[in-house]
Structure formats: C-alpha cells, structure tokens
Design a protein around this ligand. Structure first.
Ligand SMILES: NC(=O)c1ccc[n+]([C@@H]2O[C@H](COP(=O)([O-])OP(=O)(O)OC[C@H]3O[C@@H](n4cnc5c(N)ncnc54)[C@H](O)[C@@H]3O)[C@@H](O)[C@H]2O)c1
Length: 305
C-alpha cells in the first residue's frame, strides 16, 4: 500500500516509517526538515523536503496518489507554542487543514493523526485519564492539536476513514536531547557527557512514558483498522522524574546529583493515560517495559556519541 507520512524525518515519524517499510508498504515522506533529519529517513522511502503548507504539496499528491496519509508533521514544542501561538497555529491548524483538503480531493482512503494526551486533557481530574476526560488544553499547542482532531473528524464525513492517536510521553532512540522536552533524551545525553541533569521542581511530578517502537506499532494497527475512532496510546503507569533520573543514572554509570531548580509554569504535575480503549479497538498494548526501553535508549545514545 502507498502511504504518505508527514514528519517522517522526525523522532516518532521516522520510527513509523521504519515500521511501515518493515510491513512491506511503499512510503512517501513529506518533511521540511525543521527539526527532522534527512539521515533518519528510511532509505526505502521517497523524501520530499517540503512544507505541509506549501503549494508543492498538491504536486506530491498528484504524482504519488497515496491511499493512506499518516500525519506526524507538527510544531511539537509546547514552549515554542506559548512564545509564538500564531506560528503554531499556522503549522498545526492551517498545515493540517491544507493536508486534509488535499486528502479529500485526491480521495485518500484513511487518515492517521498523531495527537497528544497530556496537552489536550490539561491537569487531569482522574488518573489514568481516558478518552472521555474533559479537554482543557493549557497551551496553544494543545489547543491547536485539538482543533486538528476536530478537522480530522470533519473531513471524515467526506468519505475518508480516520484514526486519532493521543500519545503519552514518547521516548526512545532519535529523540532530540537538546530540546526543552523529552526528559529521557535530555537526561541520557547529559549523564553520558558526565553533566548533571536539571530537575524542575521537586521531581515528584509524573509522566506516562511510552516507548517509541510501541507507538510505531500502534500506527501500523491504526492504519490496518477500518473504523474511525480515537484512542490514547500510553501505559497507564505514572513514573516520576526522580525515578527516571535514578534509573538512567544506573544505566549510564552517572554518579553525580541532579541540579534542582524552580518548577516550570504551565506544566501538568501528574499524568498517565488509560489505554484500554486502544486494546479493545486495535488490540494494542505497550510491550516494552520502562527498564528495557530506557536501556535501549541509553545504548543508542552511547552508540551515536
Ligand atoms: N514526542 C512526544 O512525546 C509526543 C507526544 C504527543 C504527540 N506528539 C506528536 O507526534 C508528532 C511527532 O512528534 P516528534 O516528537 O517526533 O517531533 P519532531 O519535531 O521530531 O517531528 C516533527 C517533524 O515534523 C517536521 N515538520 C515540522 N513542521 C513542518 C512543516 N510545516 N512541514 C513539514 N514538516 C514539518 C519536522 O521537521 C519533524 O521532522 C507531532 O505531531 C507531535 O505533536 C509527540
């Protein structure tokens, strides 16, 4: 099957492309390489280094005629969205709308959308949060991802089936260790360099860490499914930032103490996602334990030094 993956040169998108190629699909990647990297794109895939907002995207649809579109391209930084909500809206709302319009015009059969749990639910009223949880985004990024979801549903009424996957905190090889998010990548890189990682606040804040290959598998299953639906992709388990630091210190041999600074504003304190719907709908569940995932991530960062 021919599948167009936007953001296929990015952290998660490149793993999704690898999974698709492994399953025998023919892959076209659209990525403007802002945070993505050309060398991450599977050599079996065809890369178009263009912006999802550009007029050239129409030419790609006309030339490639994809059956399925998997949308991972995004401005994915919460901090950047707070600093410049307009740019976030241009990419995450108008870019998504442009893509969906072309999908409808070229009769794409199915659309898979990478969305977010934590940024959409806001401070959770119950943990783990399920898909029925109220949506009260705390950032422009969360607002725009939610708008993207509504547009996906709207375009679904034009004949295309869809899957929306709301990810927890995804971690694993290829994650950017120099960004403001991605605590596993940032801590691993710092510890391997013998530098103290910085913990914001008391470190007791929790996240739901899901391994990137499990997320890629969820995309395969969501592509093969025929119904239109939405599901959280997480583990349901809360892990504190202090625990992540402790596990990574033992995996990397780091003996120092983390640097502790004031908490960051606008971040949720605790979150975990209930993924029982993904189990019912897609027969998906996480297969990589936190310790295995952290070990694989640390080995990958070690091998790319
Ligand atoms: N990392 C997480 O924990 C997480 C959690 C929830 C949702 N998500 C979502 O998953 C997707 C992938 O995130 P990621 O962590 O891999 O981030 P990433 O920054 O590594 O990937 C985004 C990719 O999109 C590309 N891109 C950005 N703007 C573009 C544009 N205008 N046109 C074309 N390409 C563009 C970038 O170059 C990059 O390759 C995003 O949609 C993000 O919102 C990620």
């Amino acid at each position: 099957m021919k599948i167009l993956v936007t953001g296929g040169a990015g952290f998660i998108g490149s793993h999704v492309v690898d999974a698709y190629v492994g399953a025998g699909h023919q892959i076209v990647v659209v990525d403007n390489l802002t945070t993505g990297r050309r060398e991450r794109v599977n050599p079996a895939a065809q890369l178009y280094a263009i912006d999802i907002r550009s007029p050239e995207l129409r030419d790609v649809f006309e030339r490639e005629r994809p059956e399925v579109v998997n949308h991972h391209a995004a401005q994915a930084s919460v901090t950047a969205s707070v600093a410049d909500p307009r740019v976030d809206a241009e990419i995450n709302v108008m870019g998504t709308l442009h893509l969906l319009t072309l999908c409808a015009q070229s009769r794409v059969r199915r659309f898979v959308f990478a969305s977010t749990g934590g940024a959409i639910y806001g401070n959770p009223q119950r943990i783990p949060a399920d898909e029925q949880h109220p949506t009260t985004p705390l950032s422009p990024y969360g607002i725009h991802k939610l708008v993207g979801e509504h547009y996906v549903r709207y375009f679904g009424s034009t004949g295309m089936t869809w899957a929306i996957l709301r990810y927890a905190n995804v971690y694993g090889p290829r994650q950017d260790p120099f960004g403001e998010a991605g605590v596993v990548a940032i801590f691993t890189r710092a510890m391997l360099d013998g530098k103290a990682p910085t913990i914001f606040g008391d470190g007791k804040q929790t996240r739901d860490f899901v391994y990137v290959e499990d997320v890629a598998r969820a995309n395969l299953l969501a592509t093969d499914a025929t119904t239109s639906d939405l599901a959280n992709i997480g583990t349901g388990v809360e892990t504190s930032v202090n625990d992540i630091a402790r596990h990574l210190a033992s995996l990397t041999g780091f003996r120092g103490e983390p640097l502790r600074v004031a908490p960051r504003l606008g971040e949720v304190y605790r979150i975990a996602l209930d993924a029982s719907k993904a189990k019912r709908w897609l027969s998906w569940g996480p297969q990589t334990s936190l310790m295995d995932g952290l070990r694989k991530t640390a080995e990958w960062f070690q091998s790319t030094r």
